[in-house]
Design a protein around this ligand. Structure first.
Ligand code: MG
Ligand code: MG
Length: 248
């Protein structure tokens, strides 16, 4: 069942979302060669707690950190660690915050210093996939219209769409119905309606779409070792244009 949100609930979700966006800005300002992903985790954890928000990921199904930090061939669910970022890396940072009982969820991929053209194109195209998708995040379209638009754009750019992980509804819980795949035929699934809130999150690979999970049972990597990028916002369906909730 898809839980529709009232205007009042969406206003609270915007507060949660704003804290996520501010966390991303904090990460952006601190990303440079030599910084460790654990330091980024600590910054976000401290910031969210200072704002009376709960880092949603910490303890979620046992996930041990406040952010997911996925470098290069890591797709999602990377563990922050003592690994130092290096010039030329890309890092996908996924952040969730719970505020007044509601969740905001957003991911961005950042460049570390000068990055090669393949990675730069991947990161820009992944962001564009999100914007292609939300052209259909409007009442009267159907859910898979978003999915299809994302896949069509990714493949037009010579990139591939991760199949094993998808977007989702968001509300009091981080993962609600429906699932929001980044691939599929158009005109399928539920019709979108005002009050739905969706985390739309293309996960896009430079090489093949196949992924595997590392021995820590969390970190997802590409099977071919090529880089992957991630771009996500929490989006409300309205009576007009989609409303991004995870923005400042
Ligand atoms: Mg996320
Ligand atoms: Mg999500």
């Amino acid at each position: 069942m898809i839980i529709l949100k009232t205007r009042r609930e969406i206003e609270i979700m915007k507060k949660a979302g704003r804290l996520v966006a501010q966390s991303h800005e904090l990460v952006r300002k601190n990303i440079k060669p030599g910084v460790t992903t654990k330091e980024l985790d600590r910054l976000v954890d401290d910031f969210l707690k200072s704002q009376n928000a709960i880092p949603t990921f910490k303890g979620y199904n046992g996930f041990p950190f406040s952010i997911c930090a996925s470098v290069n061939e890591e797709v999602v669910h990377g563990f922050p660690s003592d690994r130092e970022l290096r010039e030329g890396d890309i890092i996908s940072v996924d952040i969730g915050a719970t505020f007044e009982g509601y969740v905001g969820d957003s991911a961005k991929t950042f460049l570390v210093g000068e990055v090669d053209e393949e990675k730069k194109h991947l990161v820009e195209a992944t962001k564009q996939c999100f914007y292609e998708g939300i052209k259909y995040a409007k009442a009267s379209y159907r859910l898979s219209d978003i999915s299809h638009a994302i896949q069509a754009y990714a493949e037009s750019q010579g990139l591939s769409v991760v199949r094993d992980y998808v977007g989702h509804g968001v509300g009091k819980k981080m993962h609600e119905s429906p699932q929001v795949p980044n691939f599929g035929k158009p005109n399928k699934g539920p019709r979108l309606q005002e009050g739905m809130v969706l985390a739309i999150e293309p996960m896009i690979n430079a090489g093949v779409y196949n992924v595997k999970v590392l021995e820590n049972n969390w970190t997802v990597v590409t099977v071919d070792g090529k880089p992957s990028a991630h771009y996500e916002h929490t989006v409300a369906i309205t009576d007009g244009e989609p409303e991004l909730l995870t923005v400042i």
